[in-house]
Design a binder for this molecule. Structure first.
Ligand code: ATP
Length: 304
């Protein structure tokens, strides 16, 4: 079973938010949907959900060679923040209400919701209004509800926003186990480390167009061998990359990427004003790929 998006165009007044996007999400895979702010990621998620109508293009499910329109109950959704739930309603009331909309009885929803709340350490908050939870907890509650409704596809818009590192690790483990159960997961996120760990494929959007798409590991390998990774003794990578000029990128706080040949790096090394602990040539991270595609070094126009 796969979810297919074909030739979707969506315009908001003068802004062409999506300009002919086609992609597929297969059952049992995680697809990372990446791109700079305003690239069209959230718009695409909303079009898939049927919350926005595209001017052109289609979204459908293909199962055993047959095509059909997806039904709302086949999607589990986490929109940016936890805006898809009622803040003043207790968690359980939210779950029963949204379960009811999907045609599920309280008897079906309650135990599943409890199961996921327990996994997220929120069982005690079952009767608390959503608004009384911290932002990260609200995010987890919204995800618990999405999962309780047993979707076939999960559409997660920035699911790690507001999660502490432990919770983020738990979420990653949960996504991997859901994938094993055959759920297809679309993950839009600026948390590239998480996307790198959990995604099978990534798609890069820019200006409403699909710039690149492919298996995550293959994409990373493709960029491997391009340059070197320098580990710094001080967390000054960003300012340094800026100061060192073209060819230099910051990766996190204490790593620099140099895109060029060894001879050029040897020549440039004396200009690095902090201690370099290590120089390696490993696989770059998804963050480096992102920066190459969209950062200072990137071509101004996406390739056709
Ligand atoms: N309801 C709306 N009305 C007008 N313009 C909109 C609306 N929603 C989105 N846009 C515009 O469409 C473009 C794509 O926005 P979208 O929210 O899909 O980007 P995004 O990739 O999700 O960005 P971010 O990473 O910042 O969340 C932007 O230029 C945005 O301003």
């Amino acid at each position: 079973m796969r979810l297919l998006v074909q030739g979707v165009h969506k315009r908001f007044g003068p802004v062409q938010a999506l300009a002919g996007v086609s992609l597929e999400l297969r059952a049992g895979e995680v697809l990372g949907l990446l791109g700079p702010n305003g690239a069209g990621k959230t718009t695409l998620v909303k079009v898939i959900l049927g919350l926005l109508l595209p001017e052109e293009g289609e979204v459908y499910l293909e199962e055993e060679g047959r095509r059909r329109r997806p039904q709302g109950h086949e999607f589990g959704v986490l929109l940016e923040g936890s805006r898809n739930l009622y803040l003043n309603l207790p968690l359980l009331a939210n779950a029963l209400y949204f379960g009811g909309i999907r045609g599920l009885s309280p008897k079906e929803v309650r135990p599943r919701f409890l199961h996921w709340l327990e996994r997220f350490g929120l069982k005690e908050r079952l009767h608390a209004p959503l608004a009384s939870l911290s932002r990260g907890m609200q995010q987890k509650a919204a995800l618990a509800l999405a999962l309780a409704l047993r979707p076939r596809f999960l559409l997660l818009d920035e699911p790690t926003l507001g999660l502490d590192p432990v919770s983020r690790g738990e979420l990653e483990a949960i996504l991997l186990s859901l994938k094993g159960e055959g759920i297809g997961i679309l993950l839009t996120s600026h948390d590239l480390a998480t996307v790198e760990r959990v995604s099978d494929r990534v798609a890069f959007l820019q200006g409403g167009r699909l710039l690149r798409e492919g298996p995550t590991r293959a994409l990373l390998r493709e960029w491997a061998g391009e340059g070197y990774l320098l580990r710094l003794a001080e967390p000054v990578a960003e300012a340094l990359a800026e100061a060192l000029g073209p060819g230099w990128l910051a990766e996190g706080k204490d790593r620099l990427v140099f895109l060029g040949e060894w001879a050029a790096l040897k020549e440039a090394l004396p200009r690095v004003p902090v201690e370099v602990l290590e120089v390696s040539r490993g696989e770059p991270s998804l963050e480096t790929v992102f920066l190459r595609l969209f950062g200072r070094e990137a071509p101004k126009e996406p390739s056709p």
